[in-house]
Ligand binder design. Structure first.
Ligand code: SF4
Length: 590
């Protein structure tokens, strides 16, 4: 059934595996073999894909799969104690399957619920605002083996938490209005409007959207493709969740606007696995748009304007937010970033010219179509036109979504969200920048502080070393392993941070961290590896005492107690005289 639904198409392999997993809860070896045979592809490829994604399981997991969100903001809200409490109540060890196969409890990277954490996913369904009372109730529901559909509905209520609206979040547009305006301008006129708007990608890189569209339009090849990158995996970011939940029509209309400019025929929304629960409502929006003639053939009666959208699910791989890794994943492969050039606009999905845009970018194109490019560019700064959605979390009174015109100072944002005694702000997620209080007059803009939207606040009680260490763990976990500098470099970086945390740090380790920073920046294959040291380098520079108070020596210090490690050798040789012990620093100096 599953294979038929996916037309026995190997490019649908990831979707097939996701669907197959629904049946048994995991992917046993015979299932992988059957899928490989039915798709006429090597079994190694199927196993390679199944092994790549965190949300695909090739070993048994619990009938209740509990994944605690483990972003730094969840940690600040006590996720570790809650995880321990749940495990104690269920008599299981974290990371292990219960003997009866009922439940497994472990952690996952950020689930996009930092404004309402601590959060968890149970069989893919999100539950926020966890506390000990709720954990007790969840343990009881699991023990009773109550189906998720019968759990209290308020557990699954996810709030948008929109705290400040501007042009986009205030837009009340009937479906099709922006598309009608763009069609009236003709494809050339619409692209010219986009050029005038100076709209830049909201996913972080800030590339000019019109340039991307024009390149794909001019690229040779029919059957062009529009991809909406909804793989919002950067820790601390959740704005796309809100756009998809409450403004999906704007996002899909933006995809159609891109298709009109580029003459694309096919569209994909690549939805991160953590937002799986949004899929039914997104499918419903797509169905109503088809019914209204806003998708399908001859859209809005325009001959030759044929375009439709499918939803593809991701499965818990942060690296798939990188556009070429995302395309690999869309083609049913492991999400390994491609070598560029060729760029996706020339050779993207299945070798076809492909535009990959962020959710917010696409929604913003509706404003351009309705108001015109010049009006859009009139807001913001010279190099950063329009507004930006920020996902605010951490130490503040009102976490949530804030929309500001570009150019807003950090200090103003902190004031608006009720932050006090702020020590630092991590802007742009784990790969972004850590700003200290003396930088709070800086502005959100591509030319000053660029961001995809994450804005995590840390007050004076927080230890910035712990923050950086959490991000380093994240990168080491999410490295796809394709290139050695990143695979090994992120693991080494994690090792150095753990060594410092364990009280074995030395100044030499800080020098080695500097060296690793250069290695990762210069030799990594994609942005994940080159950005991995950012949180450490930033905090080392701005909060050095947080590191220095962990140093036990200015010279070399091993990561473990060497003398204790020799105890067995002393026992075997029956020697325990002073000569059989290593000297301490103090003894050496005497
Ligand atoms: Fe994979 Fe890291 Fe290399 Fe990127 S830099 S390709 S994430 S191993």
């Amino acid at each position: 059934d599953i294979l038929q639904r996916h037309s026995h198409d190997p490019t649908r392999l990831l979707q097939i595996l996701i669907d197959a997993q629904q049946i048994e809860g995991w992917l046993p070896a015979p299932s992988l073999t059957r899928i490989a045979a039915a798709l006429h592809i090597p079994r190694a490829r199927v196993e390679g894909v199944a092994g790549f994604y965190s949300f695909l399981y090739t070993r048994p997991v619990g009938r209740y799969r509990v994944l605690f969100s483990d972003n730094i903001t969840d940690r600040m809200l006590g996720n570790a104690e809650l995880l321990d409490a749940l495990c104690r109540k269920l008599w299981i060890e974290p990371g292990k399957l219960s003997e009866d196969g009922l439940v497994s409890v472990t952690t996952t990277s950020c689930t996009g619920l930092c404004d309402q954490g601590p959060a968890m996913l149970v069989n893919g369904r999100a539950i926020g605002q966890l506390n000990h009372r709720r954990i007790n109730e969840i343990a009881e529901l699991i023990r009773q083996q109550r189906p998720l559909d019968l759990w209290p509905a308020e557990y699954f209520r996810i709030d948008d938490n929109i705290r400040r609206r501007d042009a986009l979040l205030d837009l009340d547009m009937p479906p099709g209005a922006a598309l009608t305006a763009a069609i009236a301008r003709g494809r050339d006129g619409w692209l010219a409007e986009m050029q005038a708007s100076n709209l830049r990608g909201r996913g972080g890189a800030g590339f000019a959207t019109a340039v991307k569209w024009a390149s794909a339009r001019n690229a040779p090849g029919a059957q062009k493709v529009i991809v909406c990158n909804a793989d919002e995996g950067e820790p601390g970011t959740f704005k796309d969740r809100v756009l998809l939940n409450s403004f999906a029509d704007l996002v899909f209309e933006g995809m159609a606007l891109a298709a009109w400019a580029v003459s694309a025929t096919e569209g994909f929304l690549y939805l991160r696995g953590e937002y799986h629960y949004l899929r039914p409502q997104l499918e419903a929006v797509l169905a109503s748009r088809r019914q209204a003639g806003l998708l399908g053939t001859s859209i809005l009666g325009q001959p030759g304007f044929d375009f439709d959208i499918q939803i593809h699910l991701g499965a818990g791989a942060y690296v798939c937010g990188e556009e070429t890794a995302l395309l690999e994943s869309l083609e049913g492969k492991r999400g390994t970033p491609r070598i560029r050039p060729p760029f996706p606009v020339i050779k993207g999905y299945l070798g076809r010219p492909t535009v990959v845009n962020n959710v917010e970018t696409l929604a913003k194109t509706c404003l351009v179509a309705l108001e015109g490019g010049e009006a859009f560019a009139a807001t913001g700064t010279a190099q950063s036109a329009g507004t930006k959605l920020l996902s605010i979390s951490g130490d503040c009174a009102a976490p949530g979504i804030y929309e500001y015109p570009f150019g807003v100072p950090i200090a103003r944002i902190l004031e608006d969200c009720g932050a006090s005694d702020t020590q630092a702000v991590q802007v742009g997620g784990a790969s972004g920048m850590c700003l200290a209080s003396y930088e709070f007059q800086r502005r959100i803009a591509y030319e000053d502080v660029p961001t995809a939207g994450a804005f995590m606040i840390f007050d004076g009680t927080r230890d910035l070393f712990d923050v950086a260490r959490a991000f380093v763990h994240f990168f080491a976990h999410e490295s796809c392993g394709f290139c050695t500098p990143c695979r090994v470099g992120t693991a080494l970086l994690k090792g150095f941070m753990d060594k410092l945390a364990d009280g074995h740090g030395a100044k030499a380790d800080l020098n080695d961290i500097d060296w690793l920073d250069r290695l990762l920046k210069n030799a990594s294959h994609c942005g994940l590896g080159s950005a991995a040291p950012n949180p450490v380098i930033d905090t080392l520079q701005k909060f050095r005492p947080a590191y220095e108070r962990r140093l036990v020596s200015l010279d070399f210090e091993p990561a473990f107690d060497l003398d204790a490690a020799l105890a067995e050798a002393r026992q075997l040789t029956a020697r325990d005289d002073p000569g059989a012990h290593l000297k301490t620093h103090e003894e050496e100096e005497k």
